[in-house]
Write a protein that binds this ligand. Structure first.
Ligand code: DON
Length: 310
């Protein structure tokens, strides 16, 4: 892995190239508040274990992390339930859209993996158990602030309310899972926490810093504290590789060769185990709902820096 000025110049070069490209994908419009985001943004940040960050473009502009939050809620839920979590959600790629309902009928309401919407709602339900929605949300936010070493991380209330007003598919998924007993709390509570953690706003710099524990065998580099066991960090990375980009996960693994998690806000968090945590943001999406230029930027980074898990 390259470091220092060479790393900074690579990140700056990729940001300049991405900003100049005309093909930007399509901004998500099923959440009205996200449809207003300018597709011209591009940001990138690479965080190293010692906390240094190489950043370029709009790397300090907060954006809606959406499904990237599911990496962190999975981490928290594994801390709460341990391997019992896997009774409520599977670990297989779905091969379907992130908001699909079809597999739930034949699979007794147990979602394929923790990153599709149904799976992430089930994970949120585990975090909520025994708490009030406000407390569960506070826990998630405190975790994000701790991991990014930044107390400024916050929820974008307008995005949360926008999705709460229009999230009929997620309501259907949650109610359907409830009918199988996979959701234990009142559906409104679970969905309220889910919509709000998806609406956390972070910059590429904050997100890259927050992802370092996945690159560092579960340790939070700034404090040396263990966030999660090394084995669990490896396994979360494995699920990011196989399921982090929904029906585009195979293509992402083929082109980028790193564990990654996307969100419909246009962000992607990628992990170089043992070396770095990378966040990119470009709001326009491809057909599978993953950042179009975000993936291309990560592919360029992996190729030119030589990083890959393979
Ligand atoms: O539930 C949803 O539809 C959104 N809050 C999150 C979806 C998402 O980010 C999918 N990612 N590419």
């Amino acid at each position: 892995m390259i470091t220092g000025p060479d790393l900074q110049s690579l990140v700056s070069q990729i940001a300049d190239e991405m900003r100049a490209r005309p093909d930007r994908g399509r901004v998500a419009d099923y959440i009205p508040e996200l449809a207003r985001v300018d597709p011209a943004y591009f940001g990138m940040a690479v965080a190293l274990p010692d906390g240094t960050v190489a950043a370029a473009g709009d790397a300090d502009t907060p954006f809606s992390i959406q499904s990237i939050s599911k990496v962190f809620t999975l981490t928290l839920a594994l801390g709460i339930a341990g391997d019992r979590l896997w009774k409520r959600v599977g670990r297989e790629p779905s091969g379907s859209a992130f908001n699909s309902i079809v597999q739930l009928e034949s699979e007794k309401g147990v979602p394929r993996n923790p990153f599709i919407n149904a799976g992430a709602i089930a994970v949120t339900d585990v975090i909520l158990s025994g708490h009030k929605p406000r407390e569960a949300l506070g826990e998630i936010l405190r975790f994000m602030r701790f991991l990014s070493d930044d107390q400024g991380v916050a929820i974008d209330k307008a995005v949360a309310e926008s999705e709460q007003r229009t999230g009929f598919r997620n309501m259907a998924l949650a109610n359907y899972m409830k009918s199988f007993g996979v959701i234990e709390n009142p559906v409104d509570y679970t969905l309220g926490v889910y919509f709000h953690h998806c609406a956390i706003a972070m910059s590429c710099r904050q997100l890259a810093l927050a992802g370092r524990f996945l690159a560092q065998s579960g340790r939070h580099p700034a404090t040396g504290l263990s966030v999660i066991q090394a084995e669990r960090a490896r396994r979360i990375n494995a699920i990011m590789l196989t399921c982090g980009h929904y029906d585009g996960s195979g293509e992402f693994a083929y082109r980028v060769g790193l564990p990654g998690k996307s969100g419909v806000g246009g962000g992607i968090l990628a992990v170089v185990p043992g070396q770095a945590s990378i966040a990119v943001w470009s709001p326009g999406l491809d057909a599978a709902g993953n950042s179009h230029l975000g993936r291309i930027a990560l592919e360029a980074f992996a190729k030119r820096s030589g990083v890959s898990i393979f």
